[in-house]
Design a protein around this ligand. Structure first.
Ligand code: PMT
Length: 401
């Protein structure tokens, strides 16, 4: 089954008898791991109730452009930004005409204009309407703007006609959605990724660690796997499910992460160090719980091995990507790390900014390499990871060429 884990899909439903099939589609998308927000036109609500779709999607259904309560929860522009894919199923002839001509007179058309996510339509209408020259011209116009048309299928229609105009089945649409995410830019490449924090034991019950959740590293793992790579994640202690098709090795300390990486690094083409590795560990780990004997205590710390720098010193080395968690002079410190650690690429994030960086769902990054840079503004770690994987694929191909 195709994979939609962590994909954020806006499902637009327009008015037509096939709207009832949208209920099944919400389930099929959810079964594959997608989070779905449903947007319904007024006409769609004549065929199926928002309540049904709310129950199936587990999210409030969006119906009005000018609804202050809905806008306060997740405004239409926010929804347009949130989407990884906007799928309109069923897409009526009227909706296709309005979209083709740039109308923004309801929530769904406005959202389609505002989004930078790919848009796909599943046309559903009477065969005569589908064959009509205006619908065909609208379909051609939409395709010329890279809006995908999935279907329609041919067969018996609700009105009794036989011909093209049936909406594809829910399972077929879910498969199209999964296929739409699958790029093969890292086909066959082996990618090793570190993710999450490390824990440096002080005694059997205490440790030094940090706030890394592993979300950035796991999002990269997912994006690399979706791009066709064989992915291994060396994960510190994180509370995340392992994405499908990914090998996961769990470790605790920086030394264990170092050992796990060195064991596998020669077999990888790309190494990405997204983990927040502790720079220091206690010089000695007490066998028993340390007692509160004194008003103050001093802990002696020693340096941990620098994993990404060690990988980057190997000959030959994989394409090596580091991260830089900075709070000031982000670009300057990151470029210094890029050069000092002999990296091919570094991804800097400003971890002093609220809402991005450690333990949040979003991030904003500056990627730097020897003769270039790329900013990615605040958005979900899933989306950032996808853009970074595209960048890494471009850079690795450049290096090989
Ligand atoms: O896990 P999340 O909650 O999603 O948060 C993501 C993140 C903020 C942890 C991530 O985006 C990030 O910035 N990871 C790197 C954090 C870090 O340790 O940065 P640094 O600037 O201290 O280290 C620079 C690079 O050296 C990093 O690639 C790090 O993995 C690597 N390193 C550091 C120390 C060490 N001993 N070995 C290493 O490999």
């Amino acid at each position: 089954m195709g994979n939609l884990t962590n994909r954020q899909i806006v499902l637009g439903i327009t008015g037509g008898i096939a709207a009832y099939k949208a209920a099944e589609l919400v389930r099929r998308l959810g079964d594959r791991g997608a989070t779905v927000h449903v947007v319904m036109t007024k006409a769609a609500q004549q065929f199926i109730t928002p309540l049904t779709l709310q129950a199936l999607s587990g999210n409030p259904v969006h119906t009005d452009l000018l609804d202050p309560a809905a806008e306060a929860a997740m405004g239409h522009i926010e929804l347009a930004r949130w989407a990884d894919l906007v799928l309109v199923a069923p897409a009526s002839a009227d909706f296709m005409a309005r979209l083709a001509h740039g109308h923004a007179d309801d929530l769904l058309t406005t959202l389609c204009l505002a989004t930078s996510a790919p848009i796909a339509l599943a046309p559903a209408m009477n065969q005569g309407m589908w064959r009509d020259a205006s619908t065909q011209a609208n379909a051609a116009l939409l395709r010329s703007r890279s809006i995908a048309l999935w279907g329609p299928a041919e067969g018996e229609q609700a009105c009794g006609d036989i011909g093209p105009g049936r909406m594809l089945e829910a399972e077929q649409l879910a498969q199209h959605a999964a296929n739409s995410f699958a790029s093969r830019i890292l086909d066959g490449k082996r990618v090793l990724i570190t993710a999450g924090p490390t824990r440096e034991a002080i005694d059997p019950v205490r440790y030094i660690s940090n706030h890394s959740s592993g979300k950035m590293g796991f999002a990269l793992a997912q994006a690399a796997a979706d791009a066709g790579a064989h992915v291994t994640v060396i994960a510190g202690p994180v509370a995340l499910k392992t994405p499908e098709r990914i090998e996961r090795i769990d470790i605790d300390s920086a030394q264990q992460m170092f050992d796990a990486v060195l064991e596998r690094v020669d077999a990888c083409d790309i190494f990405i160090a997204a983990a927040a590795v502790a720079d220091y560990r206690p010089a000695a780990v007490a066998d028993d719980k340390i007692k509160k004997q004194h008003a103050a205590m001093t802990l002696e710390l020693v340096r941990n091995p620098d994993i990404v720098a060690s990988v980057a010193q190997r000959k030959p080395k994989p394409f090596t990507v580091g991260f830089a968690a900075e709070t000031t002079q982000v670009a300057e410190y990151a470029r210094d790390k890029l050069e000092r650690k002999n990296l091919d690429l570094i991804v800097a994030n400003d971890v002093s900014q609220p809402g991005i960086g450690f333990n949040s769902d979003d991030n904003a990054v500056l990627a730097l390499w020897s003769d270039g840079e790329m900013h990615i503004d605040a958005r979900s770690k899933t989306q950032i990871a996808r853009e970074l994987i595209e960048l890494i694929a471009r850079q690795t191909h450049l290096q090989i060429a």
